[in-house]
Write a protein that binds this ligand. Structure first.
Ligand code: SF4
Ligand code: SF4
Length: 164
């Protein structure tokens, strides 16, 4: 797995133009059953890809924290929301709450998340490959294929299953 993760930025770069063209066509004319197809591809991929042997999203990129995330996680850690924000988060140039750095401070050496039950919504949904109307997040997906081996594989299988 680590070898594949190390190669991902280069593999994603090699596929970038092809993926960009594919998503442009997908956006223009999304197949009727796209939601269904994506759910299948997502389930198939995550039945063989174990996030605990990867953790690359938590190591290299961080989620945005909504107010609800902050309240829920602070409560779990028995902290006040303000105290949680001061200790763990910062505001980025867009005004969003993000981690102070990567790897995520809640990621353990065994790739377990110490706040898993209450983790941010963005972490729960990453890499968003089972999202409805998947064609709407093509720019995000173009970035995610360089980070997430599962997202990379899903996009490759998507292109094979949906020749546009
Ligand atoms: S909160 Fe948990 S799931 Fe989210 S980035 Fe950190 S370790 Fe990963
Ligand atoms: S979601 Fe993707 S990048 Fe994150 S741990 Fe799972 S396979 Fe790795």
């Amino acid at each position: 797995m680590q070898e594949f993760i190390d190669q991902l930025p280069r593999l994603a770069k090699d596929k970038h133009n092809e993926n960009k063209k594919f998503f442009a066509k997908l956006k223009k004319k999304p197949p009727k059953k796209l939601d269904h197809i994506m759910q299948d591809l997502h389930d198939e991929e995550f039945s063989v890809t174990d996030c605990l042997s990867c953790g690359n999203c938590c190591k290299t990129t961080g989620p945005l924290f909504t107010d609800k995330d902050v309240e829920r996680i602070a409560k779990f850690l028995k902290m006040k929301p303000r105290q949680f924000e001061e200790q763990y988060l910062q505001i980025d140039e867009d005004g969003d709450l993000i981690l102070q750095g990567t790897p995520c401070t809640f990621l353990g050496a065994d790739n377990y998340c110490s706040i898993y039950e209450v983790r941010p919504k963005a972490c729960r949904e990453y890499p968003h490959t089972d999202r409805k109307k998947f064609q709407q997040i093509s720019n995000l997906t173009l970035k995610n294929v360089a980070i997430c081996p599962a997202a990379f594989n899903i996009v490759e299988k998507m292109k094979a299953r949906l020749p546009l």
